[in-house]
Design a protein around this ligand. Structure first.
Ligand code: PMP
Length: 439
């Protein structure tokens, strides 16, 4: 049992956590190194979700630690409004090395949710600047997750994250891309691209003159690792082009290597107009998000900026381009590049695919397994009508056995650190197989 007092436990309203369950028997993480956490009992816990898809480099990365320590001593904070510090410009350039070449203007935020907010605000403002101010509606997708902000829950499509909160932004949703019959597909399915055509129906209904942007995750993470069918994203791209609608890829999970590519855009061969990112940019060490815009979008604002005392875009955050986050980002991205981790994930993703799909035989209740890069989702049936119960039980049993895996809805999510050894992956998969066997 944890040393925390009841008052301390009660004081913290934990995010996305069953507070009552947690506080009865807290799972407290005390430290982290490499691919492992240590809990407050001194047990090693393998980090099967790289934090929250944040820590592909593992934990306690010397280069990031040193960069952060040095930065705190040199410049701990500086306002990003009307002043600059060198590292934000250096990091912006470094990020462009990972982005599609056209998306070379980087705006910094403090999180993925803020990145989504920024992308959607800029999309609306862009159309106003173009004299098309009626283009204000957004199209998201069923099962999409775009953060916890009001804009994020509006375009998001996970019912549990929406139902409590009432009216959001004026948003409509494409169907998700899990076509029946595609269960246990390895990588991308060749069935389901036509689901993108639902966008045409939404355009008919709302008219393109009222739609600012379509936002999708190239691979949906939080909804359980849903891989786009072949051709689907290109079809969305084509329809957006034909109707003058901006396409936003929310790459908060997929940017910087998770897909075995620099971005989901690169992995799936489709270039959006805007990319949101966060998490892996600093390896999770310091909160930071960013948004990459096509140069043409940036130029539109600059060309209509007005006199020097006017702001081209009245938008930003107190922690935008935080110097300590920028230092962590520069170290994290340099490490990914110099260790060749994007290629390593790509090269190992076949092995990952094989071991993940080997779990199919461990229980008849497993109804689907999906994978791409170093990510996987395993869906468990709910004959009792309680979809989250079994995934929760599996995740708790895994914790007891020394493995952190995440459950969300009816799915177990896996996203090991890029640096994980094959034996570590094998151990996690074997432990999972055992737990599934008891379902
Ligand atoms: N978009 C996507 C695709 C995400 O996965 C997440 C976080 N899981 C977010 C946005 C929100 O990011 P944050 O929690 O940093 O606000």
């Amino acid at each position: 049992m944890s040393k925390l007092t009841q008052k301390q436990l009660d004081s913290h309203w934990m995010p996305y956590t069953g507070n009552r369950e947690f506080k009865r028997d807290p799972r407290i993480i005390a430290s982290a190194d490499g691919c492992f956490y240590k809990d407050d009992q001194g047990r090693d816990i393998f980090d099967g979700l790289s934090g929250l898809w944040t820590c592909g480099l593992g934990h306690n990365v010397a280069r990031i630690n040193e960069a952060v320590a040095q930065q705190v001593k040199t410049l701990d904070y500086s306002p990003a409004f009307q002043f600059g510090h060198e590292k934000s410009f250096q990091l912006a350039e470094k990020i462009t090395e990972f982005m599609p070449p056209e998306l070379n203007r980087i705006f910094f935020t403090g999180s993925g949710s803020e990145s989504v907010d920024t992308a959607l605000k800029v999309a609306r403002a862009y159309w106003r600047k173009k004299g098309k101010g009626t283009k204000t509606k957004f199209i998201g997708r069923a099962k999409g997750y775009h953060g916890a902000g009001v804009s994020g829950f509006s375009v998001g499509g996970i019912p549990a994250n929406r139902t409590l909160y009432g009216q959001g932004l004026d948003s409509y949703h494409l169907p998700h891309t899990q076509a029946p019959g595609t269960e246990f597909t390895q990588g991308m399915s060749d069935v389901g691209a036509e689901r993108a055509d639902a966008l045409l129906d939404l355009i008919t209904m709302h008219d393109a003159s009222n739609i600012a942007a379509v936002i999708v995750e190239p691979m949906s993470g939080s909804a359980g690792v849903i891989i786009p069918p072949q051709g689907y994203l290109q079809r969305l791209r084509d329809i957006c082009d034909q109707h003058d609608i901006l396409l936003v890829f929310d790459e908060v999970i997929t940017a910087f290597g998770r897909m075995g590519a620099n971005t989901g855009s690169e992995a799936f061969g489709v270039t959006p107009d805007i990319i949101t990112m966060a998490k892996q940019v600093t390896n999770g060490v310091i909160p930071m998000g960013a948004v990459a815009f096509k140069e043409e979008i940036y130029d539109t604002f600059m060309e209509q900026g007005g006199p020097d005392y006017m702001l081209e875009l009245p938008h930003g955050y107190t922690y935008s381009a935080h110097p300590v986050a920028c230092a962590a980002g520069l170290a994290s991205l340099a490490e990914i590049q110099e260790q060749g981790l994007v290629e390593q994930v790509r090269n190992n993703s076949r092995y990952w695919e094989e071991v993940v799909h080997s779990l199919r035989s461990s229980s008849e209740l497993i109804t689907d397994i999906r994978n791409y890069g170093y990510a996987a989702g395993i869906t468990i049936a709910a004959p009792d009508g309680q979809p989250a119960r079994r995934p929760y039980e599996v995740a708790m049993e895994m914790w007891a056995k020394g493995f952190y895996v995440r459950y969300g809805g009816d799915t177990i999510q896996l996203a090991p650190p890029f640096i994980a050894e094959r034996e570590e992956l094998d151990r996690m998969i074997n432990a999972l197989g055992e737990s599934f066997g008891k379902l």
